[in-house]
Design a protein around this ligand. Structure first.
Ligand SMILES: Cc1cc2nc3c(=O)[nH]c(=O)nc-3n(C[C@H](O)[C@H](O)[C@H](O)COP(=O)(O)OP(=O)(O)OC[C@H]3O[C@@H](n4cnc5c(N)ncnc54)[C@H](O)[C@@H]3O)c2cc1C
Length: 512
């Protein structure tokens, strides 16, 4: 161990930031590289127009292209903490069956090379780190847990409690959604309406900057370079070890050396980094011997419903307090599959759910709510990222493979909403295909560097180490071999804690 640092971590989202947190106090000298900067704490954090309409914090650079070569807006958030600075903090464990492989619409969905059992202790740790508030035993699909949630659930607003009764009457099993906010004793959270989609001005949302990166930086062995874009990896002559990472900062290139390299730049940028690092030993890019880097990209099918009750007031505003998992398994002949989550009153400031006129807007304010419906997609090799000849990231979709699971879920939910008294329900399902002109990361996108035991169809092994490389790891959402219906961030964080343990076991730092 002759390098200035032991471990370099590129990317500070739930993957990279949580891994760096796990290394604090270990004696390892760690350098974190983050392309973005800290999101400033400022009044605009909670300004709907600034955030949702003017996209104050998004990188709108038309730096990507679609399959046809047309400009594609990435709409990414490049910030310390990654997308979690803007997420809703719904922090759920994957269900046991999600690891085991299942069928979705008569097609097999890949199993993970690790089991729920393997990840359970790390889920428990991640829930403590990310202040998860929840109630065990309410959701019939919940996997076993070694202990209760670290914090009690966020109570429903009175109107929501009433609503829960109506949903139960119509056969649903609503539960308190596990959520990461600072409602610990004496905590800072004021349960305001600007949470999902917004950065928290008072740092009361359990994002990766607040819960992991800042605490990690209290260790004098851990350092962070912001505005530092990981551009390329350099290997030794044999191609088995990464020896340096080239970083572009303020228009200049630098090389940083380390013993271990961890890539966590997100599902688009991590494969791009491996592909840009092609050399004689790795002509198609590092880890790309089987032409799997960048492939198997999975977008969730998402529909945001706006529902307006005919008479019952619904003025409560806090977003993600309840969920429904009754569609996590097939019900009779229905193919409806996915999850339903409350989303407060995210709209009207954001199309395409914007109520069409002033009267509908007023009705929404008085008696409306938003619901997010999500169905996972299967991994398809033709859904992919590659580097175009001009160096730009190209996102390509194969033939449409989607069946009716999401559409049937939307129909089933709408039917129940009507029975409960929601006279007006509208919403739009976002398509993902080669005609799309912008992509945003809130779709829980996953895949692109899938984990698996067979190097012929995966990029990293069960330890998240790139096949054929001794010291290169990946810990972001790109390693997901299949996509769960539940939100991904807690799994990304728990997996990063697991990988950190493996790294410390395999590459112990030389202590003074
Ligand atoms: C509005 C919104 C709401 C969401 N709500 C939820 C929710 O409620 N629950 C949930 O579980 N998930 C939610 N998500 C999804 C969740 O935030 C992501 O799945 C998660 O952040 C992905 O983590 P990651 O570490 O894989 O990547 P990211 O969070 O994308 O982090 C990657 C990091 O790498 C940096 N980076 C990129 N390229 C480079 C480079 N070349 N060099 C250096 N750094 C680089 C990026 O700037 C970024 O900081 C939401 C997302 C959004 C946008």
């Amino acid at each position: 161990m002759g390098n200035a640092v032991d471990v370099i971590v590129a990317g500070t989202g739930p993957g990279g930031g949580t891994l760096a947190y796990a290394l604090r106090g270990s004696g390892a000298r760690v350098l974190m590289l983050e392309r973005g900067d800290f999101v400033p704490q400022e009044p605009q954090n909670w300004d709907r127009t600034a955030v949702l309409v003017r996209h104050r914090y998004k990188d709108l650079g038309k730096n990507w292209i679609n399959a046809g070569g047309q400009a594609l807006m990435s709409m990414a958030f490049h910030a310390v903490g990654g997308q979690s600075k803007f997420y809703g903090g719904a922090l759920l464990r994957m269900r046991k069956g999600d690891f085991e492989g299942r069928e979705q619409e008569d097609e097999p969905v890949s199993a993970w090379p690790i089991s729920y059992q393997d990840l359970e202790p790390y889920y428990a740790q991640a829930e403590r780190i990310y202040w998860v508030h929840g109630a065990a035993g309410e959701d019939p699909t919940e996997p076993w847990r070694s202990g209760s949630f670290p914090f009690p659930p966020i109570p429903h607003e009175a109107e929501t409690e009433q609503l829960m009764g109506a949903f139960r009457h119509h056969g649903w099993t609503p539960f308190h959604l596990p959520i990461g906010i600072d409602r610990r004793p004496g905590g800072r959270c004021i349960v305001c309406p600007t949470c999902d989609g917004f950065p928290c001005q008072i740092h009361a949302k359990a994002d990766t900057e607040v819960c992991c990166v800042r605490p990690a930086l209290e260790d004098p062995n851990i350092e962070l370079l912001t505005g530092a874009q990981a551009h390329r990896l350099r290997t030794d002559a044999g191609g088995r070890r990464v020896v340096a990472i080239e970083v572009v900062r303020n228009g200049q290139s630098f090389e940083h050396e380390a013993d271990v390299f961890v890539i966590a730049c997100g599902v688009y940028e991590s494969p791009a980094l491996l592909m840009r690092s092609a050399n004689d030993r790795h002509p198609g890019g590092i880890g790309n011997g089987s032409d799997t880097v960048g492939r198997n990209l999975m977008f969730k099918q998402m529909t945001m419903l706006t529902a307006i009750h005919s008479e019952v007031p619904h003025t409560g505003t806090f977003h993600k307090t309840w969920g429904v998992h009754d569609f996590y398994a097939p019900r009779g002949s229905s193919k409806a599959y996915g999850v339903v989550q409350s989303s407060g009153k995210l709209f009207p400031a954001r199309s395409p759910n914007e109520p069409p006129d002033a009267a509908t807007q007023a009705a929404f304010a008085a008696r409306g709510m938003n619901l997010l419906l999500m169905t996972p997609s299967r991994a398809e090799r033709e859904n992919r990222i590659r580097i175009a000849p001009d160096g730009r990231i190209q996102v390509m979709f194969g033939p449409e493979q989607r069946g009716t699971a999401h559409a049937e879920l939307v129909d089933a939910v709408k039917q129940t909403l009507v029975k409960v008294g929601y006279g007006e329900v509208f919403g739009v399902t976002r398509p993902y295909d080669n005609k799309v002109r912008w992509l945003w990361p809130g779709t829980h996108v996953a895949g692109s560097l899938r984990m698996g035991s067979n190097p012929a169809d995966s990029v990293v092994d069960a330890a998240c180490r790139v096949h054929g490389l001794d010291n290169l790891y990946v810990v972001d959402a790109s390693v997901f071999p299949s996509q769960p219906a539940v939100n991904p961030a807690l799994t990304i964080a728990a997996n990063a804690l697991r990988v950190a343990d493996g790294i410390m076991g395999r590459h112990p730092p030389a202590r003074p």
